[in-house]
Design a protein. Structure first.
Length: 85
């Protein structure tokens, strides 16, 4: 099986709310406010990078951050919610 290349589900949009200064996942009948680096992570979910590629890119952008441990778990949660495919 090939590595998972996360991408937003068809019914989910990523938007930036300038008023709140936050990234949002806009879902049917619901909006989820992304906190901290979550928006940076979700922006990399374009279907081209696999999870390791996302981890590598974030590790380069944010040296010393625990991306290798936390990002795969976060992405798995978003997939479990049905927001990523």
């Amino acid at each position: 099986m090939s590595p998972w290349r996360p991408v937003l589900s068809r019914s989910v949009l990523l938007r930036h709310d300038r008023v709140r200064g936050a990234d949002l996942l806009v879902l049917p009948e619901r909006v989820v406010v992304l906190r901290g680096p979550a928006g940076h992570i979700v922006r990399l979910c374009d279907g081209r990078r696999d999870v390791q590629g996302i981890v590598d890119e974030l590790g380069a952008r944010f040296p010393g951050a625990p991306v290798a441990d936390e990002v795969p778990v976060f992405l798995g949660r978003l997939r479990d919610e049905g927001w990523l495919r």
